[in-house]
Ligand binder design. Structure first.
Ligand SMILES: Nc1ncnc2c1ncn2[C@@H]1O[C@H](COP(=O)(O)OP(=O)(O)OP(=O)(O)O)[C@@H](O)[C@H]1O
Ligand SMILES: [Mg+2]
Length: 461
């Protein structure tokens, strides 16, 4: 099967999201899709999945001009989307979910054997890791006889180990004759699985590349300039700004974290090991059940969240939708923290972070995923000067250039920084200290020079 678009154009108010793009994916191949935030990747996926019709240009399936009218229609045509918003009912078991989706269990079992992936049929979805949920979605798509699998940043929520397993799975899918479209910001991932790679930039196609790929060439196509990946500079850490001792929450036990002035510290762990709750405790968003928190010498233990806010603690939750009101305008979202000269200040931060906003009165939901994240960072970090920034996965969904900017900005603006991160490499490259969390406890900590294997091993233990 071949799915193809020719010369497609898609315009949203104020933005040309796709302009004269040609793209093709066929059975047996993985076609990678790269591009900076706002380049048009998700829009292209939406067109292939029947969410939008193109304004001009055509879609062809096996050479026959076809109008994909809706996602349901796409499913009928053999096209599935493996979305990050898993279409699973969390409280039901996997088996019940599969029944609900109307897929044949026998087929699911057949594919899980064929691909050598196990799924716990009788466990509730809430108890599954992100990787397991994703595998359920893939099996569901296969059991529905999908020939084409669309994946928009499928690895964004996965731990390093799960990413590895997932990439192997993607390769197997192609080898068994499926067609896969794979969107990611991680060049290394796409280089590993893809047969060809298309790069989009500001809605235009800047190139189609084939194996063997040259990472530098891809980067240059994405950003048109070479992105300089900077390593952590030697930081001169000052006094201890923030100290948490033996914190206890619901799933967090006996965890201590110390951050000195000017330091950026990361908590690494496989998802579900308590780091989300730890971030909530560290930021004061959730009250601790035990342990002590000292901020610039003040005892903050057990104090309400407003006290943390007053002292300049900024908390960025993992889930963007908890911090952004998607249906409100970009400007109104900014005003959550801004009180005076907001339009002007918004214009400034849009400039600094290069946020794609055609109109500040546009709904936040209309921004691309990465641009929503940039807006949030702008509001929380550029508008105020946090004494302490506590952020869960702040760079998720950001392109490489913006990720670079993020670290530069937090070093300039924040007194002290604690991040939870997924990517070992990113942590090693950027932060001054790494804590590893496992089963609710901090089980190891590292300072530079880091040893990748040691850190990865501690995470897996
Ligand atoms: N529903 C919409 N309404 C208005 N504008 C939109 C809509 N969807 C996308 N856009 C605009 O189209 C452009 C491309 O967005 P798209 O989501 O395709 O980018 P992307 O490449 O997926 O970026 P990211 O890496 O940040 O996810 C952006 O400028 C975005 O604001
Ligand atoms: Mg996107």
């Amino acid at each position: 099967m071949i799915l193809e678009v020719k010369n497609v154009r898609k315009v949203f108010p104020g933005v040309v999201s796709l302009d004269g793009v040609n793209f093709q994916v066929k059975s047996g191949e993985v076609h990678g899709l790269l591009g900076e935030n706002g380049a048009g990747k998700s829009t292209l996926i939406s067109i292939l999945y029947g969410v939008y019709l193109p304004d001009s240009g055509d879609v062809f399936i096996n050479g026959v001009k076809t109008e994909i009218k809706s996602p349901r229609h796409a499913n009928k045509l053999g096209i599935s989307l493996i979305s990050q918003q898993f279409a699973l009912v969390p409280t039901l078991t996997v088996r019940e979910n599969l029944e609900l989706a109307g897929v044949k269990l026998g087929e699911v079992e057949r594919y899980s054997e064929l691909l050598e992936i196990e799924i716990p049929l009788d466990r509730a979805v809430t108890q599954l890791t992100m990787g397991e949920r994703q595998r359920v979605e893939v099996l569901k798509a296969l059991a529905k006889n999908s020939e084409i699998l669309l994946m928009d940043e499928p690895t964004a929520l996965l731990s390093p180990r799960e990413v590895d397993a997932f990439l192997t799975l993607v390769r197997k899918l192609a080898d068994m004759g499926k067609a896969v479209v794979f969107v990611t910001h991680k060049i290394r991932e796409v280089v590993r699985v893809a047969d060809r790679i298309t790069v989009l930039r500001r809605g235009r196609q800047v190139g189609e590349f084939r194996k063997p790929f040259d990472e530098r060439e891809l980067l240059e196509a994405m950003f048109q300039t070479a992105v300089v990946r900077s390593r952590r500079e030697k930081t001169v850490a000052g006094d201890t700004v923030y100290r948490a001792e033996n914190l206890v929450g619901e799933r967090v036990f006996d965890s201590s974290v110390t951050v000195r002035s000017g330091e950026v510290v990361a908590v690494l762990g496989v998802a579900g090991n308590g780091q989300d709750e730890l971030m909530e405790l560290l930021s004061g968003f959730k009250r601790v059940r035990g342990g002590k928190i000292y901020l610039q010498g003040f005892d903050m233990s057990g104090k309400p969240y407003v006290e943390f806010l007053k002292r300049g603690v900024v908390y960025l939750p993992e889930d963007r939708s908890r911090a952004l009101a998607r249906e409100l305008s970009v400007l109104d979202n900014f005003k959550v923290r801004c009180t005076t000269n907001c339009r002007e200040k918004l214009r400034e931060v849009i400039e600094i972070l290069d946020i794609d906003v055609p109109d500040v009165r546009e709904r936040a939901a209309a921004l691309s995923g990465g641009n929503q994240q940039k807006l949030l960072l702008a509001r929380e970090i550029l508008l105020q000067k946090p004494t302490v920034l506590v952020a869960s996965y702040p760079t998720r969904g950001l392109d490489m250039e913006t990720t670079e900017k993020f670290y530069k900005i937090v070093r300039e603006r924040c007194g002290a920084v604690v991040l939870s991160l997924q990517d070992v490499e990113e942590a090693i490259e950027k932060v001054d200290k790494i804590y590893v969390m496992s089963r609710g406890r901090i089980t190891a900590h590292f300072t530079p020079p880091y040893d990748f294997d040691q850190v990865a091993e501690a995470m897996a233990a």
